[in-house]
Structures are given as structure tokens and as C-alpha cells.
Ligand binder design. Structure first.
Ligand SMILES: [Zn+2]
Length: 222
């Protein structure tokens, strides 16, 4: 695994294509800044995993962790798998779904990631425990009502769109619905963020003051 001083982001998604629709521009922008970006996908089959692989190549993703699982087969039993991805990837941040997403699988994914980030940091369980600093929750169909941050993706949008189009089995659905959604949503977020195009996120801070952590005390609140 190649390392980078610029840090690592792990993107955990429910389905192939969520990484592009929710955070394609943000992934590409950070890869261009020298950040390692890994993607873990909870579901997939031969066709959709091949599409995901092509999309991630375009975005410059470092490691892709694939699954063979039905779209709806997402439950809390997947927590250990995500812990494994965290311990392998050792990310500073995780990008995942938002708990208020209308899609139940996306909600479950957000809950699983939040629990996995907690467990992965317990030094009492793992010799190689790893503490994630922040979780960025992205939007797919359901817009986040009060996002914490907008990432300017003006420059990376064309590449992100090219990656999204690699999900051929999905983008052909409903008169290119997902392409239209990504176009319109990133443009709207751009208007709000005073740039051409943006992706919005809310931030979840993992609990960092529990009894199982190595670095429990801070010198300053600043
Ligand atoms: Zn999805």
C-alpha cells in the first residue's frame, strides 16, 4: 500500500455509484491534492463491481474494497467488515452516507460506519486500533438541510461526471435521472457556496473521550 503525507480518506458506500453521486468531485479533488482515497462498497455483483472499478480508476482511487451482496442486504452484521476496512486503510476521515437519507440502506450504512469508527479506535480490542478524526456525511437524493461544509468541485466536475457515466447500468435508468440529479445538485450547491459547482457534507465527530482511547487528554481546546 502506497502512503502519502497528505493523508487518507476512506469512502464507505452502500452501493456502486453512490461514491460518484455523493462525492465524486470531492474524491477527485483530494486525489489531485495528493491525498490517498480508498473506497469500500457494501454491495455489488459482477456487472456493478466492474462499473465501480472503472469509475474508481477515473477518480484515482487507491484501494477499492468490493463486496458480492444484494443491494438490500445491509445490516449491522457488516460492522466488522467496515472496522476491517478502517484498520487497513487507516483514514484521517471517512466519507459516507447521511442518516437522514430517504434510502434505508444509506441510513444503515451511516449507522454502521459510525459504530465501526467507534470500535476501530478501541485499543482494548485491537492492537492496531485506529482513530478516525471526522466523518463527512454526503447527500445523494435527500438534500442535507443544514450542511456544515461545501467542497468546491468546479475543476473536478468533468472527471467526476465521466466516472459517474461508467456506472452504465444505473445512468441509463429513468431518462438519465442520476446524471441530471448530479448536474442540478452540484450546481445548486455551487450557487450556495459561491462557486460554480460544489458537494455538501455534514460532519459527525466520533466520541473521542471514552475510556478506551490512547490519546484522551488535550493540552488546549484550540
Ligand atoms: Zn445507494
Amino acid at each position: 500500500m502506497s502512503g502519502s503525507d497528505e493523508g487518507t480518506i476512506l469512502v464507505v458506500v452502500a452501493h456502486p455509484d453512490d461514491e460518484c453521486i455523493g462525492a465524486g468531485g470531492t474524491i477527485k479533488r483530494h486525489v489531485d491534492q495528493g491525498v490517498n482515497v480508498d473506497v469500500h462498497c457494501m454491495t455489488g455483483n459482477d456487472e456493478r463491481n466492474a462499473e465501480l472499478q472503472r469509475a474508481c480508476e477515473i477518480l484515482g482511487v487507491r484501494n477499492l474494497y468490493l463486496s458480492e451482496r444484494d443491494d438490500f442486504a445491509i445490516g449491522l452484521e457488516l460492522t466488522n467488515e467496515v472496522v476491517g476496512a478502517i484498520l487497513k486503510s487507516r483514514p484521517n476521515f471517512i466519507i459516507t452516507h447521511h442518516s437522514s437519507d430517504y434510502n434505508r440502506n444509506h441510513q444503515q450504512c451511516a449507522t454502521i460506519v459510525s459504530q465501526a469508527a467507534e470500535w476501530a479506535s478501541h485499543v482494548t480490542i485491537f492492537d492496531d486500533a485506529h482513530r478516525v478524526e471526522r466523518i463527512y456525511n454526503m447527500e445523494i437524493n435527500t438534500m442535507i438541510s443544514r450542511p456544515n461544509v461545501h467542497v468546491d468541485i468546479t475543476a473536478s466536475y468533468p472527471t467526476a461526471l465521466a466516472a459517474l457515466k461508467k456506472h452504465k447500468s444505473q445512468v441509463k435508468k429513468a431518462d438519465s435521472y442520476y446524471e441530471q440529479l448530479y448536474d442540478a445538485r452540484t450546481r445548486l450547491r455551487g450557487v450556495q457556496a459561491n462557486c460554480e459547482r460544489a458537494e455538501a457534507f455534514s460532519i459527525t465527530l466520533p466520541e473521542h473521550a471514552g475510556p478506551f482511547y490512547e490519546k484522551n487528554s488535550v493540552e488546549s481546546l484550540f
